[in-house]
Design a binder for this molecule. Structure first.
Ligand SMILES: Cc1cc2nc3c(=O)[nH]c(=O)nc-3n(C[C@H](O)[C@H](O)[C@H](O)COP(=O)(O)OP(=O)(O)OC[C@H]3O[C@@H](n4cnc5c(N)ncnc54)[C@H](O)[C@@H]3O)c2cc1C
Length: 287
C-alpha cells in the first residue's frame, strides 16, 4: 500500500520545529528515525498532514555525563547505545538491551527518543529506562518539564508527552556502589519482538540485596514493575532460596492477558523462568 499524501518540513533547531508546528493547518507528527511512522503511513494506520523532521535538531543530539547522571539525546540511534563508551560505563543495561532490538539496519536509523515516545508495550528500552529510574526531559513552545519514568508510560502507545511537545533527552541517574544490572528476553527468533523481557537492577549491601528494581515488558500495556518480587529480594542474600521466592511472588505482580498467540498463564510462566535465569546469572557472574 502507498501512504496518503503528506507535507514534510526539515526543522533546523527547536524554535524552528515549534514554528513549523504553530504554522501547521493539518495534523502534525514529529519524524525522528521514521522506522515506526513510515510503516504505519504505508499501512494507512496514520494520516498526518505534515511530518516535521526533528532528526537533525542539535538540541536532541549527544550523550554526556555529569553529576546528575548519563544524559542521552533523543535522536541517539539505537546502534550508538551499543558502541558508546559512556553508555557502557554508566548504563550497560541499555547496551545489553539494544542487542535485542530489531536488526542492525533498523538500529542504525531508529532513535532512542522515538522508541520511548512510541511506547510500544513490547519494546525493550521503556522497561530498561523505568528499571533504572530514568527522567524524561520534555520541551514545548512554552517551556520544559521533567517527568519520572513511572509517570511517563501511561497506557498502550501513550506517554506523558503532550501534543506539540518534544522529548529532548533522557537522564539515567548515577548507579550507587554495589549495583548489578542485567537484561534478557525470550523471543521466538533473535530480533523479533519478545514474548517477555525483563530488566533487573540490584544494589548489593554487605552481601545482602539492599535495593531491587524489576521491570518487565510484553506483559501488559506499559512496562510493569514487579513490586512483590522486588520485596521478596530485599534484605536477603542472592541465593537459590531468594530467587525461588522472587519467582513465586511474580504471579502477584503480572497478569498477562490471554491472547490468540499465547495464553496469559504461559506468558507468566515465561516471565518466571526468565527472572530465575537473570537472577541466577547475577548470583554467579562469569569468571
Ligand atoms: C522491522 C522492525 C523491527 C523492529 N523491532 C523492534 C524491537 O525488537 N524492539 C523495539 O523496541 N523496537 C523495534 N522496532 C521499532 C524501532 O526500534 C523504533 O523504536 C521505532 O522505529 C521508533 O523510533 P524512530 O526513531 O524510528 O521513531 P519514528 O518512527 O520517527 O517516531 C515514532 C513516534 O514517536 C514520535 N516521536 C519520535 N521522536 C520523538 C521525540 N523526540 N519527541 C516526541 N515524539 C517523538 C513520532 O511522532 C511518532 O509518533 C522495530 C522497527 C522495525 C521497522
Amino acid at each position: 500500500m502507498k501512504p496518503p499524501s503528506f507535507g514534510y518540513q526539515l526543522a533546523q533547531d527547536l524554535p524552528d520545529a515549534f514554528a513549523h508546528y504553530a504554522a501547521a493547518t493539518d495534523d502534525v507528527l514529529w519524524l525522528a528515525g521514521g522506522h515506526s511512522i513510515v510503516p504505519s503511513l504505508a499501512l494507512r494506520l496514520q494520516a498526518p498532514g505534515l511530518l516535521i523532521d526533528i532528526s537533525r535538531l542539535p538540541e536532541l543530539a549527544g550523550i554526556t555525563v555529569s553529576d546528575d547522571g548519563l544524559r542521552i539525546g533523543a535522536t541517539t540511534r539505537h546502534a550508538e547505545l551499543l558502541s558508546n563508551p559512556l553508555v557502557a560505563e554508566h548504563a550497560p543495561m541499555l547496551a545489553q538491551a539494544a542487542h535485542f532490538v530489531a536488526h542492525p539496519a533498523i538500529r542504525n536509523h531508529a532513535t532512542f527518543g522515538g522508541n520511548l515516545a512510541l511506547a510500544d508495550p513490547a519494546s525493550e528500552f521503556p522497561a530498561v529506562v523505568r528499571c533504572l529510574g530514568g527522567m524524561f526531559d520534555i520541551v514545548g513552545p512554552d517551556g520544559e518539564r521533567t517527568v519520572a519514568a513511572e509517570d511517563f508510560f501511561l497506557d498502550l502507545y501513550t506517554t506523558a508527552i503532550e501534543p506539540g511537545e518534544i522529548l529532548r533527552s533522557i537522564l539515567i541517574p548515577p548507579a550507587p556502589p554495589g549495583t548489578l544490572t542485567a537484561f534478557d528476553e525470550l523471543a521466538r527468533r533473535h530480533g523479533d519482538y519478545a514474548m517477555v523481557g525483563a530488566a533487573v537492577r540490584l544494589v548489593m549491601d554487605d552481601g545482602l540485596i539492599g535495593q531491587a528494581g524489576l521491570c518487565f515488558h510484553s506483559v501488559g500495556a506499559t512496562p510493569i514493575r514487579a513490586e512483590n518480587a522486588e520485596a521478596a529480594l530485599v534484605g536477603h542474600p542472592l541465593d537459590d532460596a531468594t530467587i525461588t521466592a522472587a519467582r513465586d511472588a511474580l504471579a502477584q505482580d503480572l497478569d498477562p492477558a490471554d491472547e490468540p498467540t499465547m495464553p496469559g498463564a504461559t506468558r507468566l510462566h515465561l516471565a518466571e523462568v526468565l527472572l530465575g535465569r537473570i537472577l541466577s546469572r547475577l548470583a554467579t557472574p562469569a569468571p
